[in-house]
Design a protein around this ligand. Structure first.
Ligand code: DX5
Ligand code: ZN
Length: 220
């Protein structure tokens, strides 16, 4: 299997210096940029939207991974691809028509992901295998950076890994929320391919070293 990917979450970055933050994580070796889009309805916080994604697109060559924490994601999902997102993920809990939304993301040229909240079982995805490119498992309740990791996600990663083996469909598994050096190795060993990290990168004394250390912890 390919080396696991680190996706720093810009939610914890300095919004007055997004261009510099992007260059910093890129030169430090991170492979993906995680962008948290919140609408104040699906989650109790409002963050960034399409114009910022368009600007980010001009400022980095790394894949932009847009995590949509919004109601009615079908209304906007393809727009995010057109704005420059490479990966777009939508919450299973926010979408009555996931199959259609995933198809719209792929049709626009993006990789389509499904996000599951901590309380949503991975088994709800069995009849969508093949229709998504990745699954994002939340290891906190979405809405804010800097929350504590919920360890039960480890079992969900393992069950999802077993599901893809059983079905022979190579979707990738991402984990988001409270990721740190304490749990990065365990997550990768359980089957995670991509870890999102906000505070563990941007609130570290030296964010560059934090990226190096996390990549090291993921490889070990
Ligand atoms: C939470 C967001 C996460 C968050 C991660 O709703 O989806 O991406 O920014 O931040 P940390 O790593 O600090 O939990
Ligand atoms: Zn996120």
């Amino acid at each position: 299997p390919a080396a696991p990917l680190l996706a720093p979450s810009l939610l914890s970055a300095d919004f007055t210096r997004l261009g510099e933050e992007l260059r910093m994580i890129e030169t430090a070796g991170a492979q993906v940029v995680h962008v948290d889009v919140m609408d104040g309805r699906f989650v109790p916080n409002i963050t960034i939207g399409l114009p910022v994604v368009e600007s980010l697109r001009k400022a980095t060559a790394l894949p932009l991974d847009c995590h949509l924490m919004i109601v009615e994601p079908l209304r906007y999902a393809a727009e995010f691809v057109r704005a420059g997102a490479d990966w777009v993920s939508v919450h299973q809990e926010a979408d009555l028509h996931l199959h259609r939304t995933l198809a719209a993301i792929r049709q626009a040229g993006g990789k389509a992901g499904v996000v599951l909240n901590p309380g949503t079982p991975v088994e709800t995805l069995v009849d969508l295998v093949g229709d998504f490119d990745f699954v994002l498992l939340m290891s906190v309740n979405p809405g804010f950076g800097g929350q504590s990791f919920i360890p039960r996600v480890l079992d969900k990663v393992k069950r999802l890994d077993a599901l893809r083996t059983e079905r022979g469909v190579p979707f990738f598994i991402q984990v988001d929320g409270g990721v740190s050096l304490k749990n990065a190795g365990d997550l990768v060993r359980a089957g995670a391919d991509c870890l999102v990290a906000g505070n563990a990168v941007f609130k570290a004394a030296d964010p560059r070293i934090a990226v190096t250390d996390l990549l090291g912890g993921m490889a070990a």
